[in-house]
Ligand binder design. Structure first.
Ligand code: TYM
Length: 326
């Protein structure tokens, strides 16, 4: 059976970008692959955080994964830090990664711009840990948003180098990005991606935002003066809103254009706000259920860690032997 691995960082709450760019695809693929969906808590330690808030955020994230409809029996849902092999492989892969490669990573450059007072080495070697996440499970496919492309390519390059040096050990992973929605943009600055760390919170819709807040953010979404609902590069704001509409309604962008031909932005935005609110309704209800049932959450992550560790250890045994550890 072919394997899928993907993950998200447990900081704050999932955004509409995470949901459309990644999790909708995770869900769509769960019947055809053995899927491992991780909460990559170790990656989040690269940013300063409050330990208590962070722990709560991690547990909330698992409830959010489940509330998105990810099936914990079909899929392996787990915390990265619970499977120690991730950090072990991280070291070995780090010894097979060049500084030049890490220097080219655009996310590192962006993040060190944003966190000038905390450019730590974890931030720098972040993509190596990500490569370990993926290669540990002999992953065939990695469903992510467009912003992760460079990291997945690096994972592939590291795997190729390792296989050439020590003999075939790792499966080469392919990236999977959706044709539409792989890059959901900020509602305020549609030239930048929607991000949970955006200082302007009006640019980002969080799945846990209240209905009122969602409606407000949608109404304020930056558009242009054309007042025609068309999917084209000149109208970045509207293009982004059409993308969101089509992904949540499971229809093509042409269908959205046709539906709103001759209507202005007002009607379009109002209806889109309703669609977002309606789409997130079941999510919010399920989220509340899971959050009031901590024992259930514990059961899910323990079981996930056990199943993940079993696969991870198989790979690690081979890796240790290949590099000559006694
Ligand atoms: P993270 O936590 O930033 O995002 C989780 C997933 O959501 C996608 N995404 C978006 N897609 C479309 N539009 C957006 N505006 C948008 N924002 C985020 C991301 O592409 C991602 O798929 N480094 C990763 C986590 C990670 C990982 C891995 C992913 C660690 N190890 C191994 C895949 C495989 C990250 O920070 O994602």
């Amino acid at each position: 059976e072919k394997v899928i691995f993907s993950g998200a960082q447990p900081t704050g709450s999932l955004t509409l970008g995470n949901y459309i760019g990644a999790i909708q695809n995770w869900k769509a693929l769960e019947n055809d692959y053995q899927c491992l969906y991780s909460i990559v808590d170790l990656h989040s330690l690269t940013i300063r955080h409050d330990p208590k808030e962070f722990r709560e955020s991690c547990l909330s994230f698992l409830a959010q994964y489940l509330a998105c409809g990810l099936d914990h029996k079909k899929n392996i849902l787990f915390f990265q830090s619970h499977v120690r092999q991730h950090t072990e492989l991280n070291w070995i892969l780090g010894c097979n990664t060049y500084l030049g490669e890490l220097n080219r990573m655009t996310q590192f450059k962006e993040k060190s711009e944003r966190h000038k007072d905390n450019i730590n080495s974890g931030l720098y070697t972040y993509p190596v840990l990500q490569a370990a996440d993926i290669l540990l499970y002999q992953t065939n496919l990695v469903p992510v948003g467009e912003d992760q492309r460079q990291h997945i390519e690096l994972a592939r390059d590291i795997a190729i180098r390792f296989n050439n040096a020590y003999g075939k050990t790792f499966q080469l992973p392919d990236i999977y990005v959706g044709k539409v929605g792989a890059r959901i943009m900020s509602l305020q600055e549609p030239e930048n991606k929607m991000s949970k760390s955006d200082e302007n919170v009006n640019g980002t819709i969080f799945l846990l935002d209240s209905n009122d807040v969602i409606v407000k953010k949608m109404k304020r979404a930056v558009t242009d003066s054309e007042n025609v609902v068309l999917y084209r590069d000149e109208q970045k704001g509207i293009k982004n809103l059409i993308t969101i509409y089509s992904k949540l309604q499971n229809c093509s962008v042409q269908e959205v254009e046709e539906k709103y031909a001759g209507k202005g932005y007002g009607a379009f935005k109002t209806e889109l706000a309703e669609i977002v609110v309606e789409s997130l309704k079941p999510f919010k209800e399920k989220y509340q259920d899971y959050m009031t049932n901590p024992d259930y959450i514990i059961g899910v992550y323990k079981n996930g860690a056990e199943r993940a560790a079993e696969i991870a250890e198989k790979t690690m045994q081979e890796v240790r032997e290949k590099v000559g550890l006694v």
